[in-house]
Design a protein around this ligand. Structure first.
Ligand code: SF4
Length: 248
């Protein structure tokens, strides 16, 4: 996971009180609205009428498309994939970090569906270390188990487990998750050996840089995912209110 940075959007008070309602179930809060058509394929680029508010989102999804292609290739060559119904990486929201820019697609969607303020209020009531608010561990007919906003997930959710960091000697080191390592002892060592033999692997720093360069002001700093979503919802809301006021 990428290291956290200082808050560029601060100094507003943290939206997450440390006395958040720990233990309260927060999953499934942002399932797509019933009649809203989410993209059919998991990797299909979503369409938002409001996306023109933030130039750069098309480029963001171009980077995601490139990454998704590289990851599909890497998974096939390495012979690895996520364990079925494993939600471990999504459960540790404190370590799942995203920039505000990366959370804009989901925020725009929530504003378009008229659910942004409700989700923001719910985010304010949960503890920062609770699982990502998009993770649904209690499936219903309307909301399947897992990530409810998969096509709109941020960069780290695409990278983690199937990409490499770079060590102090400049060598790529694959970041295989703990559950996969426990089931396949030595898998990271074997993949790292292949990488040294010129085995292509997506590099986390490269993709982070590409995303940050699209929108440096909002794309550089990383926050725990639930906080990044709150900030992105707030920013989109400010923009909408400003545009409405101008139109009055
Ligand atoms: S956005 Fe989706 S994939 Fe990413 S941590 Fe949340 S539930 Fe998991």
């Amino acid at each position: 996971m990428p290291a956290g940075g200082d808050s560029a959007l601060a100094p507003r008070p943290s939206p997450f009180p440390s006395s958040g309602r720990q233990g309260e179930k927060s999953w499934g809060l942002i399932a797509p609205a019933g009649n809203h058509s989410m993209p059919g394929s998991k990797n299909q680029t979503p369409f938002f009428p409001l996306r023109n508010l933030f130039p750069g989102l098309d480029r963001l999804f171009e980077v995601y498309d490139d990454l998704d292609r590289q990851i599909a290739d890497f998974k096939e060559r390495a012979g690895i994939d996520c364990l079925r119904k494993c939600r471990v990486c999504c459960s540790t929201a404190r370590y799942v970090e995203a920039s505000v820019f990366e959370m804009l697609p989901l925020s725009l969607r929530l504003w378009e569906e008229g659910r942004a303020e409700e989700v923001q209020a719910r985010l304010e009531g949960i503890h920062p270390e609770e699982p990502c608010i998009s993770l649904n561990l209690h499936p219903t007919e309307e909301a399947p188990e897992g990530c409810l906003n998969y096509p709109l997930r941020p960069l780290i959710c695409r990278l983690f487990g199937f990409s490499a960091t770079v060590d102090k000697h400049g060598r790529p080191r694959v970041a295989v998750c703990k559950p996969l390592k426990e089931r396949n002892l030595g898998i990271d060592r074997r993949i790292n050996e292949k990488i040294r033999e010129d085995f292509p692997v997506p590099l986390m720093p490269d993709f982070s840089r590409r995303v940050a360069l699209i929108e440096p002001r909002l794309g550089r700093e990383k926050y725990p995912i639930n906080i990044a979503l709150w900030e992105a919802l707030d920013l989109v809301g400010q923009k909408i209110h400003f545009l409405r006021a101008q139109g009055d």
